[in-house]
Structures are given as C-alpha cells and as structure tokens.
Design a binder for this molecule. Structure first.
Ligand SMILES: [Zn+2]
Length: 465
C-alpha cells in the first residue's frame, strides 16, 4: 500500500503570480464597498435559502433550493443548469441504508470570462445537518436576525449582528457570500479572462457522492483550481481524511436461551469480530500516518499525541437479538473506517475483509456479510503549495487576519476537487466553534459573511484576471 500525498497541479506558477505582491486596488476597493452596501440584500437572500428545509437524510427539497439559486445566478448573467445525480450515484450514496428521498439536484452556474484564462471552481453545499426536535430557542428555518448573541462571538464581529437557523454557517451562509461576491463583480462590470464555475451541490453532510462527487466524476465540472467554501474563517483547510462506511452482519441459529449450546449466537460472533477490529485499529491503523508539515490539526488531537493524519476506525452502532431468553440469529453494526490520504477504497475494503476472514478461519460457525454504505477518499494540499499560499495572502488582505493552515480527521467535499478533479484547492467559509454548526441555535456573524464575500471576490478577481 502506498501513501502518496496529492500534489495537485496548479495553473499559475508562483513566480508569475502577481497576486502575492499586490495591494488592494481602487477597483477592488469598489467591489468591497459594493459588498458592504448590499448586506441587507444578502440577508434576505440567505433567509430565502434557510426557509427551504434541506436537512439530510432524507435530503428533500434540493430541487426547490436549486431553483432559487439558479434564478439568482441567471440574474447575474451566468449560464445555469441543474444536474440530478443518476441512479448509480444514488446507489453509491447508500440511499437505501440512509433513507434518502427526493431528487439529488445540483446547480451549476458558469460566469464566462472574456478571453482565455484559467477556470476557478467554487463549491458550496445546499444540504444541511439534521434539525434537533428540541433545544432550539429560535425557529431553525426562520433566518432571524439579532444585534447580538448570547453565545460566543465571531472574531470578525464588528457589531453587525447575527443570523440564526439551520445552515446559516454550514453552508448556506457561504452560498450567500459567494453570490454577493459575484453580484459585486457583475454589477461593477469587472473584466476577467477565465471562467468562474459555481456549484450548489447536495448531500455533503452524508458524503457528497450524489452531489459534488457526481459533478466532478462525471466531468460536468472541470477546473484548474478550486475553493471549497465550507469551513470557517479562523483557518484555511488543506487536508482531510477519507472514510468508508461499512455495514457488518453476523448470522447465527436461534434457540431457547437456556439451551444456547444448541444454537449459534450471532452477538457472540460479532463480539469476536469486534475484538479483532479493535486490535486492528489500535495496533495497526494508529501507526499509519501521513505527515502534514505546516498544517495544524488542533489542540485536542495534539494532546492525544496526534499531529499527523492517522488512520482510525469506529464501531458506531450495534444491534441484535430480540430478548434475553432467545439465542440471537442476527447481529448488525455500522463501522466507519477513517482513511489517510493515499489509501484507496479498494485497499481499505480488502484489508478490512482480511481482518474479518482471519477470525472466520478460526471459527467454522462464524458467518458474516460485509456491505459498503459509501466512501470518500482523503487529500492533502501541501502548506507550501503556491496556490494555497496565494489564497492565504488574499484572505489576509480581505479579512485583515493571516489565517493558519488547518487539517481535519473528518472529511469534506474538497476531496472530489483535489483527488478526482486534480485541482489545488483551499477550504474556508463562515463559522467556527462560535457558530454552533450541527447543534441547536446555529448562527453566523453577518460581518463574517460580508468579509468572507470580500475574500471570495478578491480571489476570483485576481485568479481570473
Ligand atoms: Zn458543511
């Protein structure tokens, strides 16, 4: 097994990339001013997105949110199309296991450049995390605006207030930011050579297979460089792990629970597999590391001695049996395997199966079935990558802060841009611990959305000019 770090090709060589040495020009200042002056329009647009319930699973209403976005992109002179993932991608998503419903609609908008130049792809996702039934103090689909927050504040908050609801930080606030950035560029008639491709892709929260996975693997979106607008504005994400979600089942033979000697206990068999899986991850996977110099994985991992991307495994669910007095004939569980960049799905599958087969070889009565729900591979853009460094510099010019490069053991849709699309990419956006993403009372600082729009606009103008 080899552990390559993806060194994405980049279009503009660092030596000729003048963006590193530029100060914000008067034209760029006018774009920043437009963005500042249109914050109310941005808020109304974000509210219209938040009102569409796109929590996944099931992931309903993607067609509705795509229509809203397509209409706005059309007003801004984009060539806009909607792409529904095919049956194949629904199956690869694990649609039945996950209870997915409704069409997997994705919106693709192309803002054409005036001549030949590189293409920049900016992705944001239209789905959002589940809405808890209890514990919200505001309507999660309301988009309420307040002047202050009872929770933590954003580091970008200059008194501009907060907006509330599921997805305002993850990831509809990012959709609003990039739409405002494009509006400024279009309305002020900023000339650019290369094409800008914007995608509102679905299903990110559950692996993005029918969303950005579909758009990039099918060649619907091709670009020279990318932004995954799905992080926060306190760091720039360059690395993440992949994952494979397995479903494991053991089969036994039912019998009266007081005569278990005449049955085969499916839970006992699963316990044997779990002892082996636990040994495998603690003693084998934890030693499998991909170094990420210059990329910060955060204090919590450092305290556990983890400062590189490291393979892991989690036995996430287990269920089996009907009552204490019956030998269970079925046990099933979901196992998530965290993959370091460079590990392919096939390698991970074969190795996982070999662990289970190793146990089966010692027990003639052990019967198991292994299914894959879905997978997404990991990636690293190096901290020395010229594209990443130039984006870091431009984000600093727009926000006034030099954000550190970060990585995560979780995963994001940026893998499709880097691994499948072969483009250098950075991940930033709106939110952070303050914004309570995936929790009750998700919120976003309005000033932060505005400054995110400025950073996006600056990168678009400089990379495509
Ligand atoms: Zn997200």
């Amino acid at each position: 097994m080899s552990f390559t770090i993806y060194r994405a090709k980049y279009y503009i060589d660092v030596l000729t990339d003048s963006s590193l040495s530029f100060m914000v020009s008067s034209q760029e200042q006018s774009v920043f001013k437009y963005i500042e002056d249109h914050r109310d329009q941005m808020i109304r647009y974000l509210q219209s997105l938040v009102k569409v319930d796109t929590q996944t699973p099931p992931g309903l209403n993607y067609d509705t949110i795509c229509d809203i976005m397509a209409n706005r992109f059309n007003e801004l002179n984009c060539e806009t199309s909607i792409h529904e993932a095919t049956e194949k991608y629904m199956n690869l998503s694990g649609a039945t296991h996950m209870g997915l419903e409704g069409p997997r609609s994705n919106v693709v908008a192309i803002y054409k450049g005036h001549s030949d130049g590189p293409t920049l792809h900016i992705s944001a996702h239209t789905d959002c995390a589940a809405i808890q039934e209890e514990g919200w103090t505001v309507d999660p689909l309301g988009g309420k605006v307040t002047t202050d927050t009872p929770y933590e504040k954003s580091i970008h908050d200059k008194g501009g207030g907060y907006i509330w609801g599921r997805g305002v930080a993850d990831d509809k606030g990012e959709v609003a930011a990039l739409t405002l950035a494009l509006a400024a560029i279009h309305e002020l008639d900023i000339k650019m050579k290369g094409d800008l491709i914007l995608t509102g892709n679905c299903d990110e929260e559950i692996g993005g297979v029918a969303g950005l996975g579909y758009l990039i693997k099918e060649g619907i979106v091709k670009a020279d460089m990318g932004i995954q607008l799905d992080g926060g504005l306190s760091g720039i994400g360059l690395a993440a792990q992949g994952r494979t979600r397995f479903m494991v089942k053991t089969r036994g033979v039912s019998f009266h629970g007081q005569v278990p000697i005449l049955g085969v206990n499916a839970i006992e068999k699963m316990s044997k597999l779990n002892v082996a899986l636990t040994d495998y991850w603690r003693n084998v996977l934890l030693k499998r590391k991909v170094p990420v110099p210059g990329i910060d994985l955060g204090a919590a991992l450092k305290e556990k001695g983890i400062d590189t991307l490291t393979a892991m495994l989690n036995i996430g669910t287990i269920k089996g049996g009907v009552q204490g007095a019956t030998v269970p004939d079925l046990c099933e569980e979901e196992v998530l395997r965290g993959m370091v960049p460079g590990e392919t799905f096939q390698e991970v599958y074969d190795e996982f199966k070999a662990v289970l087969d190793g146990v089966k070889a010692t027990d003639a009565e052990l019967e198991y079935e292994l299914d894959v729900i879905n997978f997404r591979e990991g990636y690293v853009v190096e901290a020395t990558d010229p594209y990443a460094l130039s984006c870091q510099a431009m984000i600093q010019e727009a926000t006034g802060m030099k954000l550190p490069f970060t990585g995560t053991l979780a995963s994001t849709d940026m893998n499709y841009q880097v691994v499948d699309g072969g483009m250098p990419c950075v991940n930033f956006g709106v939110g952070g611990t303050y914004s309570r993403g995936h929790k009750q009372d998700e919120n976003a600082s309005i000033d932060e959305i505005i400054v995110c729009a400025k950073a996006v606009a600056l990168i678009i103008m400089r990379k495509l000019r």
